[in-house]
Design a protein around this ligand. Structure first.
Ligand code: GRG
Length: 287
């Protein structure tokens, strides 16, 4: 199912990010497309589409697709900015040179900014939804994107020498958790279903996802497409640098079980089983 959603969201992003003809700013769109259409697991669009299917009982996720594309645009904007010299200063993303390495810092900043706002615009104008649902979706999207930035700001100040586990959980719940919970919530919202289960699941799944991301950063065999071992070198507070690998792996197992349990109030269906399986595969992921 994730491959089906990935193909559909790629086509939607291709359409939404097409440059107006003869525009003098074509480079900006080229830079946005370079990062938005450069692969990626498309986990956020998948969560959005899957929550829509589970909560609506339908197998066609088209009505949730604009929301799924909106979250992926915002996620891409965060990756572009995260890689900038003033942030993580990275040269490799998804196995390719980072946006600023190809287009320069100024265009990369603009590409990130434009993708962020295009994401909000897309969430506000889903043609399958009523104005009031779109208005709620846009407000939620903006709120969660602000949460992600608050997490990034906290991260800038954090160091392995001073951070506590509690602070790190708070930081990562914002930085990574906000967009993952947003994805689940937009799917529920599009289905006209309450968003509380989606939010609680997204929060816990977000922590699970970030802990495994930290484990991948120090795993020599992982296929992340990113520079490895940077966190330790930069003295960043991560779950692995703070807790050690063994305790992090134990926490991953506990979070996986917790996330799976949080799905029980949802309708019993194939989609819910797929999410249960997603948690298990995330816990042992290699990319
Ligand atoms: C957009 C204005 C603006 C600011 C962004 C830099 C920043 C503020 C936030 C950083 C957020 C960030 C990069 C969090 C890390 C989340 C994370 C684990 C990313 C990796 O996600 P994957 O593995 O990546 O889903 P793919 O490549 O598969 O999409």
């Amino acid at each position: 199912m994730i491959n089906k959603v990935a193909s559909a969201v790629n086509a939607e992003l291709d359409r939404l990010l097409s440059c107006p003809k003869d525009a003098p700013y074509a480079k900006l769109y080229e830079a946005m497309r370079y990062s938005a259409l450069s692969g990626g697991k498309r986990i956020r669009p998948y969560l959005c589409a899957e929550f829509y299917m589970i909560c609506s009982g339908k197998s066609d996720f088209s009505p949730a697709l604009p929301y799924a594309a909106a979250v992926e645009m915002i996620h891409t904007s965060s990756l572009i900015h995260d890689d900038l010299p003033a942030m993580d200063n990275d040269v490799l993303r998804r196995g390719k040179p980072t946006n600023h390495m190809v287009y320069g810092v100024a265009t990369a900043i603009l590409a990130g900014d434009t993708l962020l706002l295009k994401g909000c615009e897309t969430a506000a104008s889903n043609p399958y939804m009523t104005d009031s649902v779109n208005s709620a979706a846009a407000a939620l999207t903006a709120r969660k994107a602000c949460g992600m930035m608050a997490g990034q700001q906290t991260d800038l100040l954090s160091s392995v020498f001073t951070a506590t586990e509690r602070e790190l959980i708070r930081l990562q719940s914002l930085k990574t958790g906000c967009l993952l919970s947003l994805s689940c919530m937009l799917g529920s919202l599009a289905a006209g279903y309450p968003t509380d289960v989606a939010e609680s699941f997204g929060d816990v799944y977000g922590l699970l996802f970030q802990m495994t991301d930290d484990l991948l950063d120090c795993d020599g065999t992982a296929e992340t497409g990113k520079s490895r071992g940077k966190d330790e070198r930069d003295h960043k507070a991560t779950f692995v640098t703070l807790l050690g690998e063994k305790k992090t792996r134990d926490a991953v197992s506990a979070l996986c079980a917790r996330a799976q349990k949080l799905l029980s109030p949802l309708p019993d269906c194939e989609g819910r089983d797929r999410l249960i399986e997603l948690c298990a595969s995330t816990a042992v992921r290699k990319k």
